[in-house]
Structure formats: structure tokens, C-alpha cells
Design a binder for this molecule. Structure first.
Ligand code: NAI
Ligand code: MG
Length: 365
């Protein structure tokens, strides 16, 4: 059956890497119908919404969505750039990436990690970050409410005063954690990983840590063939650099997972190489980890590899695993050969040149 693939190139180098990498779909000759949609900064400036209504409709009809990158600026900059007809209408800028994650309930952010560039032992693992709650649940405020003062007995609070303090709350729910951990174990099974590691801080965050631990072990009991391990997040950060081959799937709450996954992008060889997926029940979108890179946009310096690998993840999601393997293999080959690399990897090639080399490696592995 024909699959519908919606491409939202977005801003800056997002557009450039989409244009460079998408020809791979023609080469692979798959039953996929590609459609383009609009998203990003320009639409905020024109319409007061970075995701136009027509795009939401396209998203609802698609089997998978590919996002290039989006420029998100601070609230004030966003308001200042609205066209005069939209100003003063009380419009609030909400990051389109957040809108997508919230509206489609994309609770898991998946980042496959393997050593593409650089020295060291080959390895392959994946980081699954919770995307909807944890420390990014939105309970973040300046000033401590009077009603919490009995509970917050920290001595510094008395020294500063309740109005000279700020709090962020880490929200962990049974609902959120069960679906996350189930997804992590299913992903491990489907991708040949024999271990799932929960990266948290149970020895310091005793209550929420114990809560997560109990739920994690409860879910793990249903997956007999997969080892469940609970580690302190700082130790996981160290091991990701020193012995990443010991990991299979690493699962973490929102903030901790955010940090670990950028660390992992560094281990892979940089932002230009890191793909990601945002997964919900029956919904998904795929994007390179990098942003719109205004510092290099328009100069032909953007590394297209992350976009190729991201397209591979989307293809795998739509059931085209063999095609995804061909893309992964081609990127690996070009990066290892080291002849056609963009400046971020120490080369002097343009986005187009590196993309052409990868496309060639897809046709002739
Ligand atoms: P960024 O990822 O755009 O750039 C960080 C640094 O990495 C820059 O020096 C850039 O030149 C380099 N870089 C990134 N991707 C590259 C590639 N493919 N090839 C070579 N070099 C690459 O992050 P930054 O600068 O913090 O944010 C820029 C804009 O992107 C902001 O408006 C930000 O809000 C947005 N952003 C959007 C994301 C998304 O669409 N999901 C994610 C991160 C940032
Ligand atoms: Mg991040």
C-alpha cells in the first residue's frame, strides 16, 4: 500500500538538508508518496502561528512526518517580528516542535547512537527520552507559594525569602512512565538490544526515583529476554564517553534524557550526524537533532548526513527496514572514507557534494 510521507522543510539549513537528501527516496523506488507542507518562523511572522491550519490537516493524513529544522526565538523577539496587522492580538509564540509533541502526544524521543566518525571501538545503542513530563512538565516558576513553605524547609529559603527563590517540579506519573518503559523494552526487542538501562538519580531523588524504579521493574518483568538495569545518570554520562558499547537502550526522564542525548550526539561525531524520532501511539515525526543553524545557513556548509539517517528512521517506521539499512550503510561508508565531508567533519565539501557521495553509495554499496 502507498504510504504518505509529509515533508516540512522549515527554516535555515532544514530546507537545505531536505533538498539534498530527499532524492534518496527516488533512488530507493519505494511505494511512498511525498508531499510538502509549510512550517516555521516565516509563518509565525505572517500568520501568528508557526504551524498553519493546512499543515495540521496534512499531518493528520500522513503515515510519517519529516521535519527539517525550525528557528525558535524568545518570546519578545517573536512578538517584535509579527507583522503590524497581527500585533496587539495577544498571540503567544509556542515553539512548533513543542506544539507537535503535545498535540500528537509524542511521548518518546528516540535517538539511535553509533560511532560514525572518530576513533574507538564501534558500538550501537539508543537513547529514549520521555517527552511530555519530568522536569519539563511546565511546573516552573519564580517565587515559592506560601502553601509550600511547610514542605520546603531548605535553610537557604529562609535566608532568601519565598519571593527570592524559584522552583521547578519534576512530574512523574504512572501513566507516563508505564507507556515510556513499555516502549523502551519493545524498541529493545525490535532492534536486537539485550539490555535496557534506566538513567535516573534514585539515590538523591529518593521518592520520585523509587517511584520510577518500581514501575520500571514492573514493566521489565514482562520482558524475560531483556536485562533491566538502573543506573545513576552521571555514571551513564561517563560510560557513554568511556565505554558506550556496554549499553543497549538507555531510557530517561525529559531533562536528563535531553542532556544525555546531546552528549550522545557528541560521541557520534557531532550534530551533523545525529538523527531522531518523536513517537506516540500511531503517530510519529522524524527530525535531525540539529536546529536551523543560522550561522551557516545559505553557505552550503550544512552536513546532510543527519537528514539522511533521519529519513532512514522514518522509512524503518513505515516498514521499509531494508531501505533504511542501505541509507545507514551509505552514510557510514562516506563518513569512514572521509573524502567528501563537510567542514564540521574536517572536510571542505559542500552539502550537495557530500549528499551526492551518499546517494552514490546508496546505488553502489
Ligand atoms: P543549531 O543546531 O542550529 O546549531 C548549533 C551549532 O551546530 C551551530 O554552530 C551550527 O552551525 C552547527 N550545526 C548544526 N547542524 C549542523 C549541520 N547539519 N552541519 C554542520 N553544522 C551544523 O542550534 P542553535 O544554534 O542553538 O539554534 C539555532 C536555531 O535553531 C534557533 O532558532 C533554535 O531555536 C533552533 N533549533 C531548532 C531545533 C529544531 O528544529 N528541533 C533544535 C535546536 C535548535
Ligand atoms: Mg537538546
Amino acid at each position: 500500500m502507498m504510504k504518505k510521507f509529509l515533508v516540512l522543510p522549515g527554516d535555515g539549513i532544514g530546507r537545505e538538508v531536505c533538498e539534498a537528501a530527499l532524492p534518496v527516496l527516488d533512488l530507493l523506488n519505494l511505494p511512498i508518496q511525498c508531499e510538502f507542507g509549510e512550517i516555521g518562523w516565516d509563518f509565525w511572522c505572517q500568520e501568528g502561528n508557526a504551524i498553519p491550519a493546512a499543515t495540521w490537516h496534512q499531518i493528520d493524513m500522513a503515515d510519517a512526518v519529516l521535519l527539517g529544522a525550525i528557528s525558535s526565538k524568545g518570546k519578545q523577539a517573536a512578538e517584535a517580528e509579527l507583522v503590524p496587522t497581527l500585533q496587539g492580538r495577544g498571540l503567544r509564540y509556542t515553539s512548533p516542535v513543542l506544539q507537535l509533541r503535545q498535540r500528537l502526544e509524542l511521548f518518546a524521543n528516540v535517538r539511535p547512537v553509533w560511532r560514525l566518525a572518530g576513533q574507538g571501538m564501534p558500538f550501537r545503542c539508543a537513547i529514549i527520552r520521555e517527552n511530555t513530563e519530568g522536569l519539563y512538565a511546565g511546573f516552573d516558576r519564580q517565587g515559592v507559594p506560601e502553601s509550600l513553605s511547610d514542605w520546603l524547609t531548605h535553610p537557604n529559603l529562609a535566608r532568601s525569602g519565598l519571593d527570592q527563590a524559584a522552583i521547578s517540579v519534576r512530574l512523574q506519573t504512572r501513566f507516563g512512565l508505564e507507556r515510556l518503559f513499555r516502549y523502551a523494552f519493545d524498541y529493545a526487542g525490535a532492534n536486537g538490544y539485550s539490555r535496557v538501562t534506566l538513567a535516573d538519580k534514585p539515590n538523591v531523588l529518593r521518592e520520585s526515583g523509587q517511584f520510577a524504579t518500581d514501575i520500571f521493574l514492573g514493566i521489565a518483568a514482562h520482558y524475560a529476554g531483556i536485562e533491566a538495569e538502573i543506573c545513576n545518570v552521571d555514571a551513564v554520562a561517563l560510560d557513554l564517553v568511556r565505554q558506550p558499547q556496554r549499553f543497549g537502550v538507555i531510557v530517561a526522564e525529559n531533562l536528563l534524557g535531553d542532556i544525555l542525548s546531546d552528549l550522545a550526539a557528541g560521541v557520534m561525531g557531532g550534530l551533523g550526524l545525529a538523527p531522531s524520532a518523536n513517537i506516540g501511539h500511531g503517530r510519529a515525526y522524524f527530525e535531525p537533532v540539529h536546529g536551523s543553524a543560522p550561522d551557516i545557513a545559505g553557505s552550503g556548509r550544512a552536513n546532510p548526513a543527519a537528514m539522511f539517517l533521519t529519513i532512514g528512521m522514518a522509512l524503518r517506521h513505515m516498514g521499509f527496514a531494508a531501505a533504511a539499512d542501505r541509507i545507514d550503510g551509505a552514510v557510514l561508508q562516506v563518513v569512514r572514507q572521509g573524502r567528501c565531508l563537510t567542514p564540521d567533519l574536517g572536510g571542505a565539501s559542500t552539502t550537495q557534494d557530500m549528499a551526492s557521495a551518499i546517494l552514490q553509495a546508496v546505488t553502489r554499496p
